[in-house]
Write a protein that binds this ligand. Sequence first.
Ligand code: DUT
Length: 154
Amino acid sequence: MFKSGAFVADRLGDVREAQVQPNGVDLTLGAVYEQVEPGRIERDGKTVGKRRELDPEDGVYSLERGGYVVEYADRVVVPEGHVGFLYPRSSLLRNSCMLDTAVWDAGYEGRGEGLLEVHHPVELERGARIAQLVLAEAAHEGTYEGSYQRENLD
Ligand SMILES: O=c1ccn([C@H]2C[C@H](O)[C@@H](COP(=O)(O)OP(=O)(O)OP(=O)(O)O)O2)c(=O)[nH]1
């Protein structure tokens, strides 16, 4: 069963009222990066390639076509007994952009990242809502203890 937006907001803590949706919580744009070196994925282990952080102009990123790594501004917490899924805000799709996301594991905490596909130039303001996190009840063995645990937290 998927939880309500109010439940998700309660777990995340520090979110504005405008971020709370009926079925989830909107995540906002924290930073945008361009990858500049190859990463590597091996049978055991992985390396994330170097990136360059883009500078917004007056708080706005003007993005040309391409792929960008985005960091969400909001701290995500996936409580035990749950799994998280993130979906792009439909206004992104309507503007020819797509946000690619993966599974958010039980026990994960951090400011996560995603891949923004820009198929037509777009302007995105830092802090704008770009995605919606939903939480579903889920069975699991163990909790997330990988290298991204507590990423991008101060
Ligand atoms: O779109 C997403 C999906 C997940 N995560 C976070 C939460 C998740 O728990 C963690 C690790 O994701 P995943 O297990 O898919 O990554 P991995 O490449 O398999 O890393 P690891 O080897 O640490 O499991 O990254 C994101 O930041 N963005």
